[in-house]
Write a protein that binds this ligand. Sequence first.
Ligand code: ADP
Length: 166
Amino acid sequence: MERVAVYPGSFDPITNGHLDIIRRGMRFFDRMIILIAYNPNKSGLFTVEERTDLIKKVIGDEPRIRIDSSSGLLVDYVKKAGGNVILRGLRAVSDFEYEFQMALINRRLDRDIETVFLMTGYKWFFTSSNLIKEAACHGGSVRGLVPDIVLHRLEEKYSKDRSGTK
Ligand code: ADP
């Protein structure tokens, strides 16, 4: 059986913590779909198209990885896409409760789909898209925590904001 993992998240934007999970996950799965799961009523810093474009550029030419987006029920997406595993990353204890609830509800919704967790690499313990945005928004350097292209896009976004020319 082909092992296909769906790695869902907001990826607003992709960070080195996400990349670590993707790279390590690819050792266990034949294929991976990175799924930008979005809420149509909420806008992020980057549009879904911008997030897709950044992930594509960062991942490069890797035929076993596909990037997609969805605002629907995750287990429905996984089933339709022919996946059998939901891949998630775990950082601090604070991730655990939410992830535990999500894994249980998803299992209740579809018993054939398992959620698999990878523990964060210690370097990325504090790396979250939200903290990265918070720091970058105030001019703090997030170099080394995100790929260079993401760093440049963040600088572009926030320097426009700061000069008032959105
Ligand atoms: P964030 O929590 O950073 O806003 P996402 O919603 O995009 O990110 O997260 C998608 C998945 O990636 C979640 O399972 C999340 O726990 C995991 N993840 C995010 N950042 C890291 C990290 N630094 N190390 C390990 N896993 C991470």
